[in-house]
Design a protein around this ligand. Structure first.
Ligand code: GDP
Ligand code: MG
Length: 370
């Protein structure tokens, strides 16, 4: 059933929690401010205190998050591709990202110290590209399990001198399961002693087939050290994106995904969000899982303040009241009360689910011991 905190009930009746607690004592109910009251009890108390109770279904509240959104498909607009670099450890994922970051993001744009955030967008002559640092494979799997899709294209990095390795294969499996096209970057070609053809053959076994052999995977040779081939890589990413006709509505309330989150000692919860729909503005009310808040500040990958974020832009947000979970969907809402109620409702639901799970576990144990 539904529960309400004593403090929340007081809030709804526009009285102080202490007043409510005192009143409840006079009714013979001893409760603390954080205690949960079941619906019947809460209703009786409120009615006894002369309030009219209107019950509404919280599931409808959940649904209203979706209903408040702009869904007019004629408003779809082209958006930049979101690219994730994956591959075996030490094959050069970080080096590649760093090379692109350092050559493509103008230093003068930096509003101070460059933060190292897990996502950034670069400008090329042919268009914008958003890069994500490999979210750990586990995070990737959990997002997929929740039906959250964050990446449009996977760049699979394979070091020419090390070839196809276990995590290369794992990355291919992720890409196939998520139905995301794979572009292969054969890296470290400045060290060339080995034969890239061998890698092509090895990848064929995993259904990654170069275009020139009749498949649909683009291959490119690069060096994250010298930068060779990286401009071509960017062009090929944009070519792939063009074929995919990536679009999103950039109007109305924003929806995004939490890419990373942490607590800053001075500033509080900080989250990197990839916007996927709508426009997020400074001052917007936001909800992500059980965390809600208000966008106090938004910055880009170089720490520059921005007031508006549209689809495919990763931004760092200050304003969540608690730490949002990585991989969870963030919604902008038009009502702070609604955001708070939903956050509390979800917290309670989580708690109930956990309790159920514990109960189930206990039962399982009983059966095991029989
Ligand atoms: P990650 O584990 O995939 O992120 O790999 P890193 O980017 O950390 O690279 C692993 C090592 O390979 C580092 O010592 C890099 O300097 C080196 N490395 C990466 N790319 C290249 C490259 O193109 N050429 C050469 N020679 N070394 C590279
Ligand atoms: Mg790395």
């Amino acid at each position: 059933g539904e529960f309400i905190k004593v403090s929340e009930l007081a809030n709804k009746m526009s009285i102080k929690s202490v007043e409510l607690i005192k009143k409840m004592i006079s009714f013979g109910i001893i409760a603390t401010i954080n205690q949960l009251l079941n619906q019947k009890t809460a209703q009786l108390i409120a009615e006894k205190m002369g309030h009219k109770v209107i019950l509404y279904n919280k599931n409808d509240l959940e649904k209203s998050i979706i209903c408040d959104r702009v869904i007019d498909n004629t408003l779809l607009k082209e958006r930049p591709p979101v690219v994730t670099i994956m591959g075996h450890v030490d094959h050069g994922k970080t080096s590649l990202l760093d090379f692109i970051r350092s050559t493509r993001i103008a230093k003068k744009e930096a509003g101070g110290i460059t933060q190292h955030i897990g996502a950034y967008q670069v400008k090329t002559k042919k268009g914008l590209i958003t890069f994500l640092d490999t979210p750990g494979h586990a995070a990737f799997t959990s997002m997929r399990a929740r039906g959250v899709k964050i990446t449009d294209i996977i760049v699979l990095v394979v070091a020419v001198d090390d070839g196809v390795q276990p995590q290369t294969i794992e990355a291919i499996q992720h890409a196939k399961a998520a139905n995301v096209p794979v572009l292969v970057a054969i890296n470290k070609i400045d060290r060339i002693e080995s034969d890239p053809e061998q890698i092509k053959h090895a990848l064929m076994k995993h259904d990654i087939v170069p275009e020139e052999w009749g498949g649909d995977n683009i291959f490119i040779q690069v060096s994250a050290k010298t930068g060779k081939g990286i401009d071509d890589l960017l062009n090929l990413i944009l070519l792939q994106a063009e074929m995919m006709e990536l679009k999103a509505i950039d109007q109305g309330l924003a929806r995004g995904v939490v890419i990373e989150s942490y607590i800053d000692k001075g500033k509080g919860p900080i989250a990197t969000i990839l916007i996927q729909e709508g426009t997020l503005k400074k001052g917007d009310i936001i909800l992500s899982g059980c965390s809600y808040g208000k966008v106090k500040a938004m910055t880009n990958e170089v720490g520059k303040n921005i007031n508006k974020a549209i689809p495919s832009l990763p931004i760092v947000i200050l304003g969540f009241s608690s730490l949002p979970e990585i991989g969870s969907v963030m919604y902008a809402l038009n009502d702070e009360k609604k955001a708070r109620e939903l956050a509390i409702y979800r917290q309670e639901k989580n708690r109930e689910n956990k309790l159920d799970k514990n109960r189930r576990l206990k039962l399982d144990n009983i059966f095991e011991n029989m």
